[in-house]
Ligand binder design. Sequence first.
Ligand code: T4K
Length: 372
Amino acid sequence: MQFEEVLHVGAPNIGGREEFHRLIDEMFDRRWLTNHGMLVQEFESRLADYLGVKHCITLCNGTTGLELAIRALDLSGEVIVPSFTFIATAHALKWQEITPVFCDIDRCSYTLDPDVVERRITAETTGILGVHLYGRPCEIDRLQSVADRYDLKLLFDAAHAFGCSHGGRMIGNFGRCEVFSFHATKVFNTFEGGAITTNDDQLAQRIRLMLNFGFAEYDKVVYLGTNGKMSEVCAAMGLVNLNELERFIAVNRMNYEQYRVGLESINGLELMPYQTSERCNWQYIVVEVRDAYSKSRDELIDVLHSTGILARRYFWPGCHRMEPYCSLQPDAGQFLPVTDHVAERLLVLPNGTATSSSAINRIIGVLRVAGG
Ligand code: T4K
């Protein structure tokens, strides 16, 4: 079949190419390509200013960031985490022999339900890992009070939430630390990349050492470490994209509004709302396919794919239904009714600067015809 254009969820936002090339030329002249170079240092300082946070530590990707944060916080035993997230959140725990205890989510926010979190705490629990799914913050204050009451460490997977705020404060400032992803598919990308942010001086210092093999100085290693460093090329991409972040977000918001108006008249399709009183990156166009629609979510995905619209089922089927978790914890589903319900019904549509207004009209047209 011939398509006008294949439309992707996660097509990257790309900032000024000339500026990027200039930064790369200068980098070649300096002959300094990685290991906390000048561009990484400038990038970290600009990110910390933007987020209003004391420490911003850039990394090779978000998954390594989660692994480092978990290890630097000395988590062990069990950590409570949603199943309704990208598999990296659970893997980062399991990779370190920590059991992810999958906890159900709130029906509307799709983030950890603090009441259920409390019920899942055991003598083995050492932490809570919340996910600001689709950029909408967790119930941070209630999770913090559960963590305080049970003396647990709270951290956040903020992979989706760059540019978002909670109570007027930028995401990046909450819990013991927060972990961003700057993967190509995110609102703000450095090709591959990520960052850990924290206001805790000691934790920041520990993470900095750990991401560089544990080196405190030449020939002196003080921790078990890894290689989690961001390269200068990635930092250059981050710097040029940071210059255009507000434009990317404005385009996302405009696209969201076009989707909202178009979907209003289609019975059975519900667009996920954002809270307009907070800052928000508007990156995820999340649609719930309700019973009133004439097709199931999976039937609709098939139609969309057959017309070159590569909508995604993020995050079906939930981590608990993927390996190794489905073998290790075959009964996890009994604790996750809301997760199972929404995982069957949500789909994510294309957004970002690569998605034109006519593309959105085309998508809405297909959704309307498929539902009719
Ligand atoms: N926590 C959460 C909650 C996350 O969502 C993620 C990552 C992480 C942690 C881990 O962060 P990182 O370690 O990745 O920094 C993609 C991304 O690879 C992944 O970063 C992201 N979440 C996840 C939600 O999406 P896949 O397996 O769906 O990728 P893939 O290859 O199917 O690509 C997604 C779409 O993007 C496709 O439609 C094609 C399009 N695309 C992709 C790339 C790379 C482009 O158009 N251009 C591109 O350059 O995981």
